[in-house]
Design a protein around this ligand. Structure first.
Ligand code: NAD
Length: 411
């Protein structure tokens, strides 16, 4: 809990928050248990929905399968289902709408509904839309388990596309590479992938060697001191020689060199574009050319809300992070043809050393300007990465999911 959150939950704080209409951050649940009981409505297309524990109010989650909605008139079903139920949703409740494809008027309309519900929910609730393509009905379990659990605590107002099937299993015996793993979000990603059973290769620059070894030891993985901007052949030879390849690659290493465009010299531009984008393209090409990424492989990029909305002083950074989204979109079909996937997370305001250094007022604004009125934690990004990386997420390809508590910036 941050300081304001502690204050807002005290006796006096609660009164002031109510009277002055101040942000009211609710402590988020981050555990793996599914939010139950679930009230399920709409079409009965997905076998997994039948497995969910149902019961009476207060509900943990409201799930509506809108797959059969084809006309504007049909959209009324959303009102009929959610209007009486929404007030019966418990704390940290989950709203999930299932669609078929965004390519029709009525199906595209679902996005506006879900994004508004996300903004209306109180007490840590989230709302997300999952488009399940025809024939991908058996590939949705990993996504629904993630969205229904506390692991998606900071993911709200998002649209996820599931386009294929995959059997659920763990990362046991898989090899995962996490760049920038010595601290912050990278450390959390390494920890969560290790918890899921992967052998994690933690990569960071030699200057971060001590912290890197600590992280690698704590997750039972290996430390690899390497500047990711170097020749990718060094990395691919390491992966082939030591592990015979790699199953999961998380491009987390990233830097900021902020200045307004008028004051930004070319070295600041070049270094950010190099670390955050160019070297990732080279590594991906090397992984694919040398067949280093094994069948069923997963590449996960780390974009940023700045890459979607833009930000003052971050033309270099936002360019690189929008490029990460482009990388996902262009490589998704290439990877699908190899039975692999590529997706990205786009974090919003996450409580790390990087954001702790932001001046107080800017920091407070960043922290509160989202539907959950609080910053996210590195673990929130890490859990989202672990969902993409899971063997059961083979049908989740080409997605960019914001982990931003539905920040008010951007789409
Ligand atoms: P951080 O600065 O704490 O960690 C980044 C790590 O990357 C560091 O350990 C650094 O040594 C490593 N790194 C940098 N250049 C490298 C290189 N050339 N080779 C190998 N390693 C290198 O940052 P963080 O806050 O944990 O962010 C992690 C990722 O998340 C970054 O890509 C960042 O842009 C993104 N992100 C963070 C936030 C946030 O709020 N913290 C928001 C949006 C996106």
């Amino acid at each position: 809990m941050d300081r304001y959150q502690k204050f807002a939950s005290s006796g006096l704080g609660r009164q002031l928050v109510r009277r002055l209409g101040l942000p009211n951050p609710y402590p988020l649940r981050r555990d793996a248990a599914l939010a139950t009981p679930v009230l399920v409505g709409g079409a009965s297309r997905l076998p997994f929905l039948k497995q969910l524990e149902t019961g009476s109010a207060p509900y943990g989650a409201l799930v509506f399968d809108a797959s059969d909605i084809t006309t504007v008139g049909d959209l009324r079903q959303l009102h009929d289902f959610f209007h009486p139920a929404i007030t019966q949703l418990g704390p940290c409740g989950r709203v999930i709408v299932i669609g078929r494809s965004p390519d029709s008027v009525a199906q595209r309309a679902l996005e506006g509904f879900v994004r508004s519900v996300g903004k209306e929910l109180r007490r840590g609730g989230t709302a997300n839309l999952v488009h399940v393509a025809d024939g991908a009905e058996d590939g949705v379990e990993s996504t629904l388990r993630f969205l229904l659990s506390g692991r998606s605590a900071y993911v709200s107002g998002q649209v996820v596309h599931v386009s294929g099937n995959a059997a659920a299993s763990t990362l046991q015996g898989k090899v995962a590479l996490v760049t920038g793993a010595s601290r912050g979000i990278g450390e959390a990603i390494a920890t969560v992938l290790g918890r899921e059973g992967a052998h994690v290769i933690c990569l960071d620059v030699p200057a971060a060697g001590d912290e890197l070894s600590k992280v690698a030891n704590s997750v039972g993985g290996s430390a690899l001191q390497l500047d990711i901007t170097g020749d990718p052949a060094r990395l691919t030879s390491y992966l082939l020689e030591r592990h015979g390849g790699v199953d999961v690659v998380v491009h987390n290493a990233g830097i900021t060199r902020d200045k307004t465009l008028a004051r930004m010299d070319s070295s600041l531009w070049d270094s950010v574009l190099e670390v955050n984008l160019a070297c990732q393209e080279r590594v991906n090409a090397a992984l694919l050319e040398g067949d280093v990424l094994r069948s069923g492989g997963r590449i996960v990029g780390v974009s940023s809300i700045a890459g979607i909305a833009g930000n003052v002083g971050q033309t270099n950074y936002a360019t690189s992070k929008a490029g990460v989204i482009g990388m996902v979109q262009t490589l998704a079909p290439v990877l699908a043809a190899r039975g692999a996937t590529i997706n990205a997370v786009a974090p919003g305001f996450i409580e790390t050393k990087m954001t702790a250094a932001v001046p107080l007022m800017t920091r407070e604004v960043g922290r509160r300007m989202n539907s959950l009125s609080q910053g996210g934690l590195p673990i929130d990004v890490a859990e989202t990465v672990a969902w993409f990386a899971a063997p059961g997420s083979g049908g989740v390809n080409g997605n960019v999911v914001r982990v931003c508590g539905q920040m008010l910036l951007g789409a």
